[in-house]
Design a protein around this ligand. Structure first.
Ligand SMILES: [Zn+2]
Length: 289
């Protein structure tokens, strides 16, 4: 990693046209709905363009993958695609692979394969779309594998853009995203690094409490416009959770420049800003060793 890097965005999605094509028309429709939720355009963004956005700012991005194929039949972007993106733009990208938790032993093997592919973690799990409780012990072999391999896991937490305002929320079930379920996983796998993505509304306080209580539990600030961050989130990030909070945008759903601009306007102490934007992620991914 270049020493000139000033920030690591730990939560970025791929909207490259080739990746979209691999996923089919149903995925396309869902992307359009999500774009409407975030009030932005639906245009695809090539990996090259995305890499350039980070390079020109001396930043790096962690590419997330995702899947709910068992529930919706929508194909995931292959983990090999993410691994290839990281190999092609090593100065701009790190990457996470994804597994479908319902695939059992196959999923466990895919975690191992993600490690071999040089990926840095597993995620984004989205329990609301994947319809599973992370603390259901049927899934414990997966967390055991990730823990053994030293791969952090990232979970969507709280309110979902997916299905928002649609009939039945398009089958997305919010109950699965309550952070408290992750508290069990953090307790039962103390060497597993867990990242709870987003401010976790309406359970923000719950997520903050777990981050304070469990050394292996982190939060990212993605997917929520910083100008709407709950006051208690800003207050905790500035104080007790300054070593547990990670910069994440959820770009391109929430555009990077908007996230950065609004975060700049928050009352965050300069030394805390440095930790959130860079130092905490460097430490979590072992990049300064
Ligand atoms: Zn996300």
């Amino acid at each position: 990693m270049s020493t000139a890097i000033t920030a690591i965005d730990v939560h970025v999605h791929v909207h490259d046209a080739r990746a979209r094509e691999l996923r089919g028309p149903e995925a396309q429709r869902r992307d359009e709905e999500r774009a409407a939720y975030f009030k932005r355009g639906t245009q695809s963004e090539s990996l090259e363009e995305q890499a350039e956005q980070y390079r020109k700012r001396n930043m790096m991005a962690v590419l997330m993958n995702g899947t709910d194929e068992t529930i919706t039949g929508i194909k995931a972007i292959p983990n090999d695609f993410i691994a290839e993106a990281v190999q092609t733009y090593p100065d701009a990208f790190l990457g996470f692979g994804i597994i479908d938790p319902w695939q059992g032993e196959l999923a466990r093997r895919e975690i191992r394969r993600c490690k071999e592919l040089g990926l840095h973690g597993i995620g984004e799990f989205n329990p609301a779309r994947q319809h599973f409780y992370p603390n259901d012990t049927r899934f414990y072999p997966l967390w055991e594998e990730a823990e053994r391999l030293g791969l952090p896991v990232l979970f969507h937490s709280g309110y979902a853009a997916a299905g928002s305002g649609r009939p039945g929320g398009r089958g997305v079930k919010l109950k699965y995203t309550q952070p408290l379920h992750l508290d069990d996983v953090a307790a039962d796998f103390p060497d597993l690094t867990i990242i709870s993505a987003h401010p976790s509304w309406p359970w923000t306080a719950e997520s903050l409490a777990i981050a304070r209580h469990k050394a292996n539990f982190y939060i990212d600030l993605s997917g929520w416009a910083p100008k709407y961050f709950p006051a208690e989130l800003v207050q905790q990030v500035n104080t007790l959770l300054q070593d547990k909070t990670l910069f994440g945008s959820d770009a391109p759903s929430l555009p990077l420049d908007r996230w950065l601009r609004e975060f700049e306007e928050l009352e965050i102490k300069p030394e805390v800003r440095q930790k959130v934007m860079l130092d905490n992620a460097k430490q979590l991914f072992g990049l300064d060793r």
